[in-house]
Design a protein around this ligand. Structure first.
Ligand code: 13P
Length: 279
């Protein structure tokens, strides 16, 4: 079944686990992510980044998620990931997305508050959840979202509390030392900052940059209010590598290649689900 973000995050937030948010942009990724949720009996967030609009329109992404998600035994939330364009956010709400991330993190604080609040009013009136972001992640290697010029700016706890009260967001993405992409060195996560945010903010917190995080770091973050963790880069890196290995030994029919790729995505997503759900 398709659900909105607030529905699935509340349980995770209360019971100290995180729901995985996995990026999808074609049939193989959507099907693999949903299959991983079903095989582990776990809700999943199907994150469709505005970056992938050249791959699927919002309407096609919704149609695919609806068709696959309605047959799913476990809840699936179709979520618009990182979108700084208000018009695209509103079109995603109209298309049927259960959740949207308006990313005004590059804007001055007051403008981010104003735009995020507008998104919340419209989304909430339509039963759609909203995630927003404060602070900025740096970019690691092979990131498809960040750019090499991104400079890390940690989220400031008091400002986070002010932001959540003023905007009424359902979930807040924070910057505490993770990066978009693969880590060039051991990450230095600022759990002290996260604990400070969690003390002042009463909504589920979101960790971007999940690819390559150690289990101890993941669990430390969950202990301090993180209830949604995003993974993109490693799904792509793993599925492309497995495809390369397959093609090195045989020349499958295109249709068989697609089925194999669904399973590559499923396998890597299941690895992260096990970490996030403390299995
Ligand atoms: P990674 O690509 O580092 O896994 O980050 C994904 C992400 O944060 C998606 O919004």
């Amino acid at each position: 079944m398709l659900v909105n973000l607030a529905d699935i995050l509340e349980d995770a937030y209360q019971r100290n686990y995180a729901v995985g948010s996995f990026n999808g942009y074609n049939y193989e990724t959507f099907a693999g992510i949903i299959k991983a949720g079903n095989e582990t009996n776990t809700p999943v967030i199907l994150a469709f980044g505005a970056k992938y609009l050249p791959n699927l329109s919002l309407e096609t992404a919704y149609a695919l998620a609806k068709s696959l998600g309605e047959k799913s035994e476990t809840p699936v939330c179709l979520h618009l990931d990182h979108c700084s364009d208000l018009d695209t956010v509103f079109r995603a709400i109209r298309a049927g997305f259960g959740s949207v991330m308006y990313d005004g993190s590059a804007l001055p604080f007051a403008e981010n508050v104003k735009n995020t609040n507008l998104v919340c009013r419209i989304a909430h009136a339509c039963g759609v959840s909203v995630e927003a972001e404060l602070g900025c992640l740096a970019a690691g290697e092979r990131s498809h979202e960040g750019s090499a010029t991104d400079v890390a700016a940690y989220t400031e706890p008091a400002q986070a509390a002010q932001f959540v009260t003023a905007t009424q967001v359902d979930a807040l993405a924070v910057s505490i030392g993770t990066v978009h992409g693969l880590y060039k060195a051991e990450p230095n996560l600022r759990l002290d900052i996260l604990a400070g945010i969690n003390e002042l903010v009463a909504v589920p917190l979101v960790l971007h940059g999940g690819s390559g995080l150690a289990v101890k770091d993941i669990l430390g973050c969950i202990d301090h209010g993180i209830a949604k963790i995003n993974v993109n880069t490693e799904i792509s890196v793993y599925a492309v590598e497995k495809t390369r290995e397959l093609l090195a030994v045989k020349q499958p029919h295109f249709s068989e290649l697609s089925l194999s790729q669904v399973d590559y995505v499923k396998d890597i997503v299941k690895k992260y689900i096990a970490f996030f759900s403390r299995q």
